[in-house]
Design a protein around this ligand. Structure first.
Ligand code: CO
Length: 441
């Protein structure tokens, strides 16, 4: 197990000499504490919740009330909802991030999820004009531009076509965007929670474009949403004809309103902004449109002043979800380190885990199936000796790409960007079991 004194740290963050990691952790903790003080109820939720103590009256050999009396009958709750004891497992926002909630983001509680599927009520949200309430009877999808036949589909017509169902993650390009200049947010939900993974059901976009008939000079499509922001993006025709999906269902039920009900685009492996929600229009053209969302936004400013544009793919990334700041360790002993890995270019091939800040690595077990452009869970047995530990994960995808350290990423891209941070994350486990977001080289 490593000692704090030997942990490599970025020079500008190394001010405390021998207790560098502890100091880093304290800074991270203090920032998160300041957030908590200013954020009211959401801030209070930042503190790890201790497991509720058992009531001895309900433990063997006593017979608790729930074993003595009838409970509520069927359809007491016709749709169903989680146990009241899981009330902390909710999406959360960071109130100071945005001026309003209509153009804002909420984060998935990754550390409370199991397997690789995100329940529909916990899928992260990113809206630019709030959530429109759309009657599916009033919704249309128009396909026009460089096509042989301009088409307008009703929802009923779309749902007559042969559907496909596929598991894919959707990740906001800005997931981890606050962390480029150092450890900022002391909760995995906020550092990594702009990713979710569902089984999406719908019609391949290819089917609709072939029905419309592409003209020979068709090179791009514009996809546009029906919300008040009219969000739109350009997509090259190759991706549109590859694995793009026009989805009307997620995890076995119709889309949630905040996920685009009644119709959305799912663009597997690409930045979430392109998976246009409330999809109403597809225009076929011969060049990109250079919309706001691909010029002033969703581009990556490099150190030489040049901005990378059309950086669509979400590169391979992983994060440990236990232990994590909101999931502290409860005394020395046996645990299972667990987390999630994904790649916008294919499958997850391997995940390595380090408990000493990246000096030594062990290969974790992948909890299958490891699907294409889908979250994949990994796990590794761990006997914690009660000393400080620096927990990291590093994934490798089916193209051979290895998830970079933040230093490697900054060498390529500087620190100006807020998008496409796929760097290795470090959690510092303190001797008291508390876990903090820290930055190591
Ligand atoms: Co991008």
């Amino acid at each position: 197990m490593s000692e704090d004194t030997s942990i490599p740290v970025r020079p500008e963050e190394s001010s405390a000499g021998s207790s560098v990691a502890a100091n880093l952790g304290r800074r991270g903790f203090l920032r998160a504490g300041a957030l908590a003080a200013g954020a009211g109820a959401a801030g209070a939720a930042l503190r790890p919740v201790a497991a509720a103590a058992a009531d001895p009256a309900n433990l063997p050999p006593n017979v608790p009330p729930h074993s003595q009396y009838l409970g509520p009958g069927v359809v007491t709750n016709p749709y169903g909802s989680p146990s009241p004891f899981e009330a902390e497992v909710v999406r959360r926002n960071v109130e100071w991030l945005t001026a309003t909630t209509e153009s804002s983001v909420s984060f998935t509680p990754l550390t409370d999820l199991h397997g690789f599927v995100t329940p529909n009520g916990l899928h992260f949200e990113r809206h630019h004009g709030g959530i429109p309430e759309i009657d599916p009877a009033d919704h249309r999808l128009m396909i026009h531009g460089l096509v042989e036949r301009e088409l307008i589909f009703t929802m009923e017509e779309l749902m007559r076509l042969p559907p496909v169902s596929r598991f894919h993650f959707i990740e906001c390009a800005a997931n981890g965007g606050m962390e480029w200049r150092g450890a900022q947010l002391n909760r995995c939900q906020f550092t990594h929670g702009m990713i979710s993974c569902c089984q999406w059901t719908g019609v391949p976009l290819k089917t609709l474009l072939e029905t419309a008939g592409l003209k020979p000079n068709a090179g791009w499509i514009l996809v546009e949403g029906a919300d008040a922001s009219g969000l739109n993006r350009s997509v090259p025709i190759e991706k549109a004809l590859d694995d793009a999906l026009i989805a009307y269902a997620q995890n076995g039920e119709r889309l949630r309103p905040e996920q685009g009900y009644p119709l959305r685009l799912v663009m597997p492996g690409w930045e979430g902004n392109i998976s246009i929600k409330w999809l109403r229009r597809i225009e076929v053209g011969d060049k990109a449109w250079y919309s706001r969302e691909e010029t002033s936004k969703y581009t990556d400013l490099l150190t030489d002043g040049i901005a990378r544009q059309f950086t669509w793919v979400q590169e391979a990334k992983s994060v440990v979800t236990f232990p994590a700041p909101e999931k502290p360790v409860n005394g020395a002993g046996y645990y299972t380190i667990s987390g999630l890995a994904w790649s916008g270019r294919g499958r997850i091939e391997r995940v390595d885990v380090s408990t000493d800040g990246g000096r030594n690595w062990q290969t974790a077990e992948l909890q299958g199936p490891a699907l294409d452009k889908c979250l994949t869970r990994f796990q590794m047995p761990w006997r914690w000796n009660g000393e400080s530990a620096l927990i990291q994960s590093r994934c490798i995808d089916s193209t051979g790409y290895v998830q970079p350290t933040m230093t490697q990423l900054q060498d390529l891209r500087g620190v100006n960007s807020i998008y496409h941070n796929n760097a290795i994350q470090t959690w510092l486990v303190n001797p008291n079991g508390e876990v903090e977001n820290v930055r190591v080289a």
